[in-house]
Design a protein around this ligand. Structure first.
Ligand SMILES: C[S@@+](CC[C@H](N)C(=O)[O-])C[C@H]1O[C@@H](n2cnc3c(N)ncnc32)[C@H](O)[C@@H]1O
Length: 259
């Protein structure tokens, strides 16, 4: 049984600022290939979940599940490290921006994805070392880099848990993405001043109130003085940025057999 899902506390209002990015959706769906049955693990509010395939959603948090809306399949309350599915019972398993929340169940969870999937596993994760280089993390909230290094597996570690032929692709974050992850703040320092935008990111939501207040006060001051634009203003002219997002695909030798 799942103990006190973190997102019951930090997932309130998630769907307001974390809307699906159409380009990212297209990339994820291409990575799923011709899989006709898909399990979405850490499914959250349903972003990036295919609607043209048979989908099973796994989500431990009731708060997240309640935001899925009536168009989405209901999510099964379960955890990645004990998927309620038989071995090789589904074409593809996907996990989007969720593994860093699996705590001590990360390796088991990734191995579970491989156990239940016949054809492939598709993961969207991030490289904690690249995230650490973003101005917001490096200059204002190094606590997030520390947290990421403790909670997000390196790509090498993740690759070691996977089976089959593993490929890794960098996914840039577009300036206008509607999915306001912490990485999406790269061109929008003003978002730091918006509590709804902040709370939609686990980076901010997992910091203490004092730390968040320190960050907000400093970013506000640097915006008002022009300091932020002096140091990072060139970013306002960029259309996309490598914030560390990585699409990881593990392709198994066994072909899709579902009919
Ligand atoms: C940042 S949200 C991502 C949600 C969704 N995949 C998306 O892209 O919008 C992380 C999700 O992982 C879920 N999660 C946390 N621990 C989990 C676990 N042990 N097993 C499965 N999902 C988990 C959370 O409840 C939350 O819904």
């Amino acid at each position: 049984m799942v103990a006190t899902p973190r997102y019951d506390a930090i997932g309130v209002g998630y769907s307001a600022t974390r809307r699906e990015d159409p380009d990212l959706r297209a990339r994820l769906h291409a990575a799923l290939g011709d899989a006709r049955t898909v399990v979405n693990v850490g499914a959250g509010t349903g972003s990036y979940e295919p609607t043209d395939r048979h989908v099973i959603a796994i989500e431990p948090s009731d708060t997240m599940s309640a935001q899925r809306g009536s168009r989405r399949v209901p999510a099964i309350r379960a955890s990645a490290d004990a998927l309620p599915l038989r071995d090789k019972s589904i074409d593809a398993a996907m996990a989007v921006l969720t593994i860093h929340h699996w705590d001590e169940g990360q390796e088991r969870g990734v191995r579970e994805l491989c156990r239940v999937a016949r054809d492939r596993v598709v993961i969207l994760a991030f490289d904690p070392e690249v995230v650490a280089e973003m101005w917001l993390v490096q200059d204002y909230m190094p606590e997030v880099a520390d947290l990421d290094r403790r909670t997000a597996p390196s790509l090498e570690t993740l690759g070691g848990w996977l089976e089959g032929e593993v490929s890794i692709e960098s996914i840039p974050v577009s300036r206008d993405t509607p999915d306001w992850t912490l990485m999406s703040f790269w061109a929008h320092p003003e978002r730091v001043l918006d509590p709804e935008a902040r709370n939609g990111t686990s980076g901010f939501a997992r910091l203490s109130d004092d730390t968040v207040q320190r960050v907000v006060t400093k970013v506000a001051a640097d915006l008002a003085s022009g300091e932020w634009d002096t140091r990072h203003g060139h970013l306002r002219d960029q259309t996309e940025y490598d914030g560390g997002l990585r699409l990881i695909t593990a392709q198994f030798a066994t072909p899709v057999t579902s009919e």
